[in-house]
Unconditional design. Structure first.
Ligand code: FES
Length: 105
C-alpha cells in the first residue's frame, strides 16, 4: 500500500435543501473534486497526492472544506480555480496557500 506524501480529504457532504448548515455539496464540492482529480492526472502526481471525498469535516460555513495530511492543513471556500495554485504551491513545493487556510486551534 503506497504512503502518499499528501492525502487530501474533500468534504462531499450533502444536506437537504434549506438545511440551516448548508453543505459543501451546495457550495460546489463536486466541481472541486473533479478539478483536484484532473490536476493530479495532468501533473502526474499519482504517487504524490491522493484525493478522497469524505463526509462532513466540520467547518460547514466555510465550504467547500478540505484538509491535507500529514500536516493537517485546513482550507475553506476552495474553488476549482484555486486548484492550480494549490498544486503549484502546496503539492509541488510544500508551501501552503495562506489565503485559503482555515484557522485551527
Ligand atoms: S458539510 Fe462540508 S464541512 Fe460540513
Amino acid at each position: 500500500m503506497p504512503a502518499y506524501p499528501y492525502h487530501v480529504f474533500v468534504c462531499a457532504n450533502r444536506r437537504p435543501p434549506g438545511h440551516p448548515k448548508g453543505s459543501c455539496a451546495e457550495r460546489g464540492c463536486n466541481d472541486l473534486l473533479m478539478a483536484l482529480t484532473e490536476a493530479v492526472d495532468t501533473n502526474e502526481l499519482w504517487e504524490a497526492v491522493k484525493v478522497n471525498s469524505t463526509n462532513c469535516l466540520g467547518p460547514c460555513d466555510n465550504g467547500p472544506s478540505i484538509v491535507v495530511y500529514p500536516e493537517g492543513i485546513w482550507y475553506g471556500g476552495v474553488k476549482p480555480a484555486d486548484v492550480p495554485e494549490l498544486v503549484a504551491s502546496h503539492f509541488l513545493t510544500g508551501v501552503p496557500v495562506e489565503r485559503l487556510r482555515l484557522q485551527t486551534r
